[in-house]
Design a protein around this ligand. Structure first.
Ligand code: NZQ
Ligand code: ZN
Length: 387
């Protein structure tokens, strides 16, 4: 097992009716900026519950944070936080609203160029951030339980991430009933995103990290087991949504990634696809991961065999046959949710995507993978397979 430091100060409040706990979690005299997306919270009753719990506190609002939150939108909120001297931010939504709030939180207290927080590692120079909490409405990213944030800038057609201990949420409220209004496509996305988060931290090479491996496998199995109930709509299943929600949060609170090698090439390549073609985050992951597994099958063989055996019960055949079946089982799981695994499903020419993305990554001298041996040409080769 590799050495590690693990830190996670976020308080999780999980269960039915927990939005009411905001009254205990937020100071009475704080001036609050409530941040949300395109308005789903106003239709499903979440907004009303939040406002009731906040009672007489002074609340300003900032709506319109889009999926794949945009830098230009977020900078408008930074202006409000600074001019109105906001004390506390409350993100109510999915990964996009929470990631956007993380950026607003840190950028509002930063004197330099805020774009450098995302592009030049300036997050490490930041000394403070406006505190914030979250009410999660879409289990997927784990953003409610980690210190990462992914920001898009459409004007430049880019999508980048940053991390900082300053942007751990103070608390996150996870009420599975707040997911009931999700379009089923978003539930599918959330299950796939969480699955791929686990894979990025698990499917590398063995370092004898028994605890992390077994926990990762438990989370993969939990997602597979709960997926049918999570996807069920008539009637909705509370436990299906609860297990899906808790699995997704655990998938990227970074515990299973502590002390083990990590990959993240699928995510990096996926962000390029979203920046260029506008696909949902999880759609990009499913269009890359099986092909990356295929392309890196030799380097990942030991873990692919372990994954096949422990997650999909694949025991028979030669090593090569078992690896094939583990990759097929992954794709089949995605298909069972209605998630395609090729760029052609979106009428994207794989060859074109490979050329453009390969070129963009080469300019940045990009490298990823657990051995840092996936470069721009490899990314292009992987994308070429996704046809
Ligand atoms: O705009 P609103 O009204 O909020 O509607 C959203 C949006 O249209 C809707 N939605 C959310 N909760 C709902 C709901 N609709 C009905 N009922 C509800 N309860 O769902 C749509 C998608 O929301 P979004 O927040 O964009 O989805 P997601 O949670 O998948 O977040 C995606 C973003 O997170 C980043 C992605 O790159 C992407 O930008 N990620 C963040 C990570 C992190 N911070 O650790 C890691 C991930 O790998 C990922 O990269
Ligand atoms: Zn993801």
């Amino acid at each position: 097992m590799n050495d590690f430091r693990y830190y996670n100060p976020t308080t999780i409040i999980f269960g039915k009716g927990t939005i009411a706990k905001l009254d205990e979690l937020v100071k009475k005299k704080d001036k609050i900026l409530l941040l949300y997306g395109s308005g789903s919270i106003k239709k499903n009753g979440v907004y009303d519950q939040v406002m009731e719990a906040l009672g007489k506190r002074k609340v300003l609002e900032f709506g319109g944070i889009e999926p794949n939150p945009d830098y230009a939108t977020l900078m408008k909120a930074v202006d409000i936080v600074q001019k109105k001297e906001v004390d506390f931010l409350l993100a109510v939504g999915g990964g996009s609203v929470i990631d956007g709030t993380k950026f607003i939180s840190i950028a509002s207290e930063y004197d330099g160029n805020p774009w450098h927080i995302i592009t030049k590692g300036a997050a490490k120079d930041c000394k403070k951030a406006v505190p914030f909490g979250t009410v999660l409405t879409l289990p997927a990213t784990g953003s409610e339980f980690n210190k990462g944030s992914v920001i898009s800038r459409r004007e430049k057609r880019v999508k980048f991430s940053f991390q900082s201990d300053l942007v751990f949420p103070k608390f996150s409220i996870l009420d599975p009933e707040n997911t009931y209004s999700l379009p089923i496509k978003q539930v599918r996305n959330g299950l796939v995103d969480a699955f791929v988060h686990i894979i990025e931290q698990y499917l590398t090479y063995p370092v004898d990290a028994i605890v992390q491996d077994r926990q990762a496998e438990a989370l993969l199995l939990a997602l597979i087991e709960t997926a049918p109930a999570a996807m069920q709509t008539d009637p909705l299943s509370y436990d299906g949504r609860a297990n899906y929600m808790w699995a997704a949060s655990n998938a990227l609170n970074t515990l299973i990634g502590s002390g083990v090698p990590q990959d993240w090439a699928t995510h990096n390549i996926g962000h390029e696809i979203t920046a260029l073609y506008g696909l949902d985050h999880a759609e990009t992951l499913a269009a890359v991961l099986p092909w990356l597994m295929w392309y890196k099958r030799d380097q990942k063989q030991a873990k692919l065999l372990q994954y096949g055996q422990r997650v999909f019960d694949i025991h028979e055949g030669t090593d090569s046959e078992r690896v094939d079946r583990a990759i097929e089982a992954t794709a089949q799981f995605f298909h069972s949710l209605g998630m395609p695994t090729a760029l052609s499903a979106y009428k994207i020419d794989a060859e074109e995507a490979a050329t453009i993305i390969g070129r963009r990554l080469a300019k940045r001298e990009w490298k990823a993978g657990e051995h840092k041996d996936i470069g721009p040409e490899d990314a292009a080769n992987i994308l070429r397979l996704s046809r």
